[in-house]
Design a protein around this ligand. Sequence first.
Ligand SMILES: Cc1cc2nc3c(=O)[nH]c(=O)nc-3n(C[C@H](O)[C@H](O)[C@H](O)COP(=O)(O)O)c2cc1C
Ligand code: SF4
Ligand code: SF4
Length: 357
Amino acid sequence: MTDISVNLWQMKLAHPVMPAAGPNVQDANALRACALGGASALVAKTISSVAAVIPHPNMADFKNYFLNTELWSELTAEQWIEHELPAARQLDLPLIVSLGYTAKDVAMLAPRVRPFADALELSTHYVGNDPKPMQDAVRAAKDAVDVPVMVKLSPFRDVHGTAIAAQEAGADGIICVNSFGPALGVDIENGGRLWMGGKGYGWISGPALKPIALRAVYDVARSVDIPVIGVGGISRGTDVVEYLMAGASAVQVCTAALTRGQNIYGKIARELETWMSKHNYQSIAEIQGLTLRHPETIMTEPPLLIRERCNGCSLCVTSCMYAALYLDEKKIHIHEERCTKCGLCLSRCPSDALQPA
Ligand SMILES: Cc1cc2nc3c(=O)[nH]c(=O)nc-3n(C[C@H](O)[C@H](O)[C@H](O)COP(=O)(O)O)c2cc1C
Ligand code: SF4
Ligand code: SF4
């Protein structure tokens, strides 16, 4: 029996997959869709002391990455406190409320959202490189409420130093990461207009963000001893496995919900369970942090060839820049003396016919 439940402070979650702040959690209706879509907890879009005014257009999908130029919630704090959060509280799932940005904003908002919140997350996206304003915001939240306070990091800043500074200020958890940027997208079929409105800059999320976010989770999990929640490019169960192994305690999903719909949370959780069961892992604790404890990866021998698995596709041959691989009667062979142990062919093979020796 595979148990994919996780405990985050006082919250017992059926599985580690919840939404991340974005249009997928823009109001109570969107949060209801997340609950119906199988999320284990809810995260509300970032609320600040003034409603955001955002450029249009503000989102575009390019499959391997996604650009957005949204800010925080376009709803006022009053709308959230009087209507959206009370309705979201009825959904019978733990509710994390995202706040931004200054200590003054947080001191004003935190006590007002507290009746609905099981935890707070503080966005640092527009806070700058100096950790002091973030620390002041954490202290303001801790002074105002008795629920866990997490800090959400942005990947274009020093995540390691910011996480340590957040823990020192009293944060109970770290969320890695927000979108990366600024970035630019050009629409070549429409005279070279910029895909994003306003100044044209966008922020990258989706699959391209995953390795950056994973690195942040790995670095932060090694630097602090509070829970880390991973977010960035998660769209399937195996993505979650990577984040858990790199040290995350739970994960959040935004872009995959925007491109594949709000049922994605439950789908990812089911895929996680299937993968764990197939690999004989019985609990999340068994995989969490495995990468942190793994010895350094070293390749001292050429890859091991498992010829019966080779389908002769030649993907590895194309990618071996050292001409060490060749096909003979549609089966793979190697000139061992030419192999530099670069490792590329291991990731290119679609049928696991090449393994680390
Ligand atoms: C359109 C859009 C709006 C977002 N708005 C917020 C926000 O209000 N607050 C926040 O902390 N993060 C926001 N994010 C960042 C996401 O929560 C998440 O950290 C990031 O997109 C990486 O995850 P993903 O690859 O699963 O989308 C937004 C992302 C997108 C795509
Ligand atoms: S490890 Fe690198 S050099 Fe060796 S066979 Fe594979 S691709 Fe070629
Ligand atoms: S990539 Fe894998 S399956 Fe394709 S030829 Fe190479 S070893 Fe065979």
